[in-house]
Write a protein that binds this ligand. Structure first.
Ligand SMILES: *Cc1c(COP(=O)(O)O)cnc(C)c1O
Length: 390
């Protein structure tokens, strides 16, 4: 390698994304000129802030086929998942105490489930098929008379696979069970519709979709059925008493704008990113001993997870980091020595799970960056495998 780039190429869009400049521009007035509290209904400042929040709420609702009244703002997908899972568990105590989820969920679903287990709930953690997908028949077998909630993510944050939401929704509704999906990686990137997919609760976040960090929302179905939810934060009674706390107008405006742009540009961006991802996978064929993690087609366009046989994962990331910013899996888990729970659930040995790179391509990733990154990866993997430099 003849030169060291000033900044590594950013290929970690499943961890977070840069904020789109158009989103920043939409947010700016709400920090300064329009500082009102959306709950202040005696003056212009409050009214204009409320109007901005209402508009964002409408945009988000429209993007998933919901009604604006069904959107509750939260601080992100972690809070939305906690509210959905704990809020439903608490509200449906008299119906039952059993929940079903998958072993490959984000920790923001798994940890609230583990917390509920400590309180006496029972949780079934389903194993995925080797391609990462849920077998809906196994889900149906796990359903019990006391099951209240099924939580299965829309798109996996480590391997990118898309779960069969419509089939899961149908199975849940046939059995009168609520269906929650963590759509943090999916919102704005793939089509989502709470009606045709029969989703009752859906978690979103801004920062995986070129929006700001620290803002998200939970969709809570109001009709057929009307979902009950117990508030997990008490205070000023905002968001119809479901989530108290002053609404952060700039972040909400940013979330709305990010989703508006994501939906408007979705089909062209899906095509472009699928092309880039396919190109990257073809380039990597310059190496042998590769494993593509997760279903090859049913995945979010920008995500490619690859395990490299015979390479020490920590050394790989260390050698690559001056050139390409990548991770092997979840950013939250990157400080832990244990291998990814997602990759081991697919049947990988801990060793192979550690030798994994998750390529997260996004809106600002160019073909040239993909080419350069592939070249760095190929050279460094060959070097680490002790093969001759080309
Ligand atoms: C990032 C992510 C989360 C957490 O979202 P925050 O907004 O950072 O709290 C939850 N679930 C999935 C699938 C994610 O990718």
């Amino acid at each position: 390698m003849s030169f060291l780039p000033k900044r590594p190429i950013y290929l970690d869009c499943q961890a977070t994304t840069p904020v789109d400049p158009r989103v920043v521009e939409a947010m700016l007035p709400y920090f300064t000129d329009c500082p009102g509290n959306p709950s202040s209904n005696n003056h212009l400042y409050g009214w204009e802030a409320k109007a901005a929040v209402d508009l964002a709420r409408e945009t988000i609702a429209l993007a998933i086929g919901a009604d604006p009244k069904e959107i509750v703002f939260t601080s992100g997908a972690t809070e939305a998942n906690n509210l959905a899972i704990k809020g439903v568990a608490e509200a449906y105590l008299s119906k039952g105490r059993h929940l079903i989820t998958m072993q490959t969920e984000h920790n923001a679903v798994l940890e609230p489930c583990k917390y509920l287990e400590k309180l006496g709930f029972e949780v079934t953690y389903l194993l995925p098929q080797p391609d990462g997908l849920l077998d809906v028949e196994r889900l149906e077998q796990a359903i019990r008379p006391d099951t209240i909630l099924v939580s299965v993510m829309a798109a996996n944050n480590e391997i990118g696979v898309l779960q069969p939401l419509a089939e899961i929704g149908q199975a849940c509704h046939q059995h009168n069970i609520l269906f929650h999906t963590d759509a943090a990686q999916a919102i704005g990137k793939i089509p989502l519709d709470v009606e045709s997919m029969q989703i009752d609760l859906l978690s979103i976040t801004g920062h995986k979709l070129y929006g700001p960090k620290g803002i998200g929302a939970l969709y809570i179905r109001n009709r057929n059925p009307h979902v009950q939810i117990a508030a997990q934060l008490q205070g000023g009674g905002q968001e119809r008493n479901i989530r108290s706390g002053t609404l952060p107008t700039p972040q909400i405006v940013g979330l709305g704008k990010a989703i508006e742009l994501g939906v408007a540009e979705q089909s062209t961006e899906m095509e472009r990113l699928t092309g880039l991802r396919t190109h990257l996978w073809q380039k990597l064929q310059g190496l042998d001993g590769l494993h593509l993690n997760g279903h090859p087609q049913l995945r979010i366009p920008g995500c490619l997870s690859v395990s490299f046989e015979g390479v020490d994962g920590a050394a790989l990331l260390l050698e690559l980091q001056p050139y390409v910013a990548l991770s092997s899996g979840s950013a939250c888990a990157s400080t832990k020595p244990t291998p990814s729970h997602v990759l081991t659930a697919l049947g990988h040995s801990p060793k192979l799970a550690r030798s994994t790179l998750r390529f997260g391509l996004g809106r600002f990733t160019s073909l040239d960056e993909v080419d350069q990154s592939a070249q760095y990866v190929i050279e460094i993997v060959k070097q680490l495998r002790g093969q001759a430099y080309p």
